[in-house]
Design a protein around this ligand. Structure first.
Ligand code: MN
Length: 699
């Protein structure tokens, strides 16, 4: 175990200004609080936080982080309170210790492996101070180093699994590759002891008697490139047992077939040199087919650029070679801080730890966390939020997600039946935006079904698709029902009783292959009355059936409305006669075409039980029928003047009726074909402008 003075000396060696007293106080306090608690190894518990602090001195972290590491288990495992920590060590350390404690609690809640990816992202998002995460990772690393002391195999495996699924990938994500490798190796040894032993043995055999193979191959590679005038920095390494194992498992190949046991990296000055170097390497050694990857022309999503290839080197050894320029290498190595650190500090004098120190500085000076996150890979998670079910299951959603999105993320049925939601115990409207960390409870009812207006606020593709699918199916059902009604009307008009046979024959004649398809064609008007009559009973429609005028081309051919699935039956409501330009809304009642009303139509009040559909006029609307009430003075020629106004505006009169005769005034109701609202407004204005018209109003 590190002694108090050793720990202080380590910190002083890289940070002479570090607060020595702070570290000393923390050391003594932690030792007192943990008292006689013991680790599974039999060591005093207190050795654990000290070792964690020691790991963090390797990263040259600041005094506050070191103190946090020493104190990190006090709130959780001893009687210490937040207030005590704050009083003794200041607000910063107290906040950091709290952060680590909070992360530990989240870990305890989750045993669901499926949620691992979400949990990793959540931990990252919660660690608003990167130091919290670094302490947590060092804590986990030390626990892995001492894992073998734990007696229960089940517990060991659970911890190893969690490390593999959550902490190693987290370490990778923020660029802590050494942490990642060690965690993976230790977890692998626990989870797959036989595979671990076998791979380690083979690696030893491979090197037995071969001398330093890696150095030999590496210098050969460097020489090859420098002869061609490319001054490359070449490094080589043996792959870690876990990554070898993963490759073997992924590709179903044996150790001997594996090309990735040794990997080399050639860092060349410029991007152009990469392809030249590749050519030289492929000419010198045969390449392994299928292993070449050009991440320069197609970078990975995180911006990673490099050429990867495998060649068959002398001694029949396959080796992997990565080729990249200095710029690309810097980008790949900086991890979390790649974006800004590289630009600020091209030289990077003290290696990878530098960016962490810079990062901490920025964290402390940044006005807001967002300012920093903007520049780091953490930004990846800023467009996500994380929310819990009442059972503590975690779901990841895009920012702006609502309880409806959440419900669909949990289960399609839950989304379909959502009627309301509670966020953190409070009832909220379904369109409420969920905040990070919210607990969301969906209230459901079997009687509920997806509402078309949800489409106005959901943000996830899953919710959108489910609602659309439902609405589409429902509209199809409605259109089949409407078609059947029209069909029955036509059948009733025919002189004979018709049975199933006639229908089957009619379908054949109309080349329709199912009854619902026929009904929906009737509803849409693709099969009209006359065609249907002819098909059911040839000759019945005749040339011109008396008293049965030819069906006028339906309005729906002349009008387009946005918000409706094409082909869905609708009608313009007879109560308000909306014309293009009016704000409109659709009411959907079972068994009826969707009724299109003007938004201020009084009869909408009766429609509260119907589904409301948001509609807008389409671009190709050819017009509509407006109804006007016009009061004319009882004078000769007054009606002619009004008719003249309609004529001058090219508005066709469809119907004109005298409604009321009252002393000196006559009230007429006029149905008028107009192009749109603007057209109508101009006509009304022109009417009002004449002396003969006392008033003109739309009904
Ligand atoms: Mn711990």
């Amino acid at each position: 175990m590190l002694r108090q003075y050793e720990l202080v000396e380590r910190v002083k060696s890289y940070d002479p200004d570090a607060d020595e007293a702070l570290i000393n106080r923390a050391y003594v306090f932690s030792m007192q609080m943990h008292g006689s608690q013991k680790r599974a190894s039999g060591d005093p518990y207190f050795s654990h936080p000290i070792e964690v602090a020691g790991i963090l001195t390797d990263l040259r972290l600041d005094d506050e982080t070191i103190a946090t590491a020493i104190l990190h288990d006090t709130i959780e495992d001893t009687l210490t309170t937040h207030e005590e920590i704050e009083a003794k060590f200041g607000a910063n350390v107290a906040r950091l210790v709290d952060g680590v404690t909070k992360l530990s609690k989240i870990e305890a809640q989750t045993e669901n492996e499926r949620a691992a990816e979400n949990l990793r992202k959540f931990l990252l998002a919660m660690s608003d101070d990167i130091r919290v995460l670094l302490v947590k990772l060092a804590d986990r690393l030390h626990n892995m180093r001492t894992l073998h002391f734990i007696k229960s195999e089940e517990k060991r495996r659970r911890i190893a699994r969690e490390t593999m699924d959550i902490y190693a990938p987290l370490a990778e994500r923020i660029g802590m590759y050494e942490f990642m490798n060690e965690m993976q190796t230790l977890a692998f040894r626990e989870l797959e002891p036989d595979a671990y032993a076998s791979i380690t043995r083979r690696l030893e055999l491979l090197h037995a008697g071969g001398g330093d193979r890696i150095a030999r191959i590496g210098s050969g590679l460097k020489l090859l490139l420098s002869r061609a005038g490319i001054e490359a920095e070449v490094t080589g390494r043996q792959k870690h047992p876990y990554s070898i194992w993963r490759k073997m498992a992924e590709r179903h190949i044996s150790f001997e077939q594996l090309s990735d046991v040794m990997a080399f990296r050639a860092i060349v000055p410029e991007a152009d040199d990469c392809y030249r170097a590749l050519g030289l390497i492929h000419r010198r050694w045969p390449m392994v087919p299928g292993r070449f990857k050009d991440y320069i022309s197609t970078p990975k999503r995180n911006g990673y650029k490099s050429l990867h290839t495998s060649v068959i080197h002398a001694e029949n050894m396959r080796v992997e070679i990565q080729i990249r320029s200095q710029d690309m290498h810097a980008q790949a190595e900086y991890g979390l801080a790649s974006h800004w650190a590289y630009k600020q500090d091209h030289q990077r004098p003290d290696g990878q730890v530098r960016w962490i120190r810079d990062l901490i500085e920025i964290l402390e000076n940044a006005e807001s966390p967002e300012e920093l996150l903007e520049h780091t890979r953490m930004a990846m998670y800023q467009d996500r939020i994380f929310a819990f079910t009442p059972q503590g299951e975690l779901y990841q959603l895009p920012k702006g997600a609502t309880p409806v999105d959440f419900a669909y993320a949990v289960h399609t049925d839950l989304g379909d039946q959502a009627v309301g939601a509670k966020i953190n115990g409070r009832v909220v409207p379904l369109r409420t935006r969920i905040e990070n960390g919210d607990q969301v409870q969906i209230l459901k009812s079997k009687a509920q079904e997806p509402q078309p207006h949800w489409l106005n606020f959901v943000v996830t593709g899953k919710a959108r698709a489910a609602i659309r699918r439902f609405v589409r199916n429902k509209e199809r059902d409605e259109s089949v029902a409407l078609g059947r009604k029209l069909y029955d009307e036509v059948v009733a008009r025919l002189p004979a009783q018709l049975g199933a046979e006639a229908l089957a024959l009619a379908m054949k004649r109309l080349k329709v292959d199912s009854e619902p398809a026929l009904m929906s064609q009737i509803a849409r008007g693709t099969v009209n009355d006359r065609q249907l009559m002819e098909a059911l009973m040839p000759g019945s429609a005749g040339e011109d059936v008396p008293g049965e005028p030819r069906r006028a081309p339906s309005q729906r051919e002349a009008i387009s409305i946005k918000g409706l699935t094409p082909g869905v039956a609708f009608k313009l409501a007879p109560c308000c006669h909306p014309v293009p330009g009016d704000r409109i809304v659709g009411l959907r009642c079972f068994d009826e075409p969707i009724a299109v009303h003007a938004i201020d139509c009084p009869s909408l009040a009766d429609g509260i039980d119907a589904d409301w559909v948001d509609l807008a006029w389409g671009d190709r609307s050819d017009g509509g029928t407006a109804r006007l009430s016009v009061i004319l003075k009882n004078e000769p020629g007054a009606l002619a003047v009004a008719a003249g106004v309609f004529g001058a505006h090219k508005a066709n009169i469809l119907n004109l009726r005298l409604e009321n005769r009252d002393g000196g005034f006559h009230t007429f109701h006029v149905s008028l074909e107009v192009r749109d609202l603007q057209h109508l407004t101009r006509i009304i204005a022109a009417l009002r402008a004449t002396d003969m018209v006392s008033s003109a109003e739309r009904i």
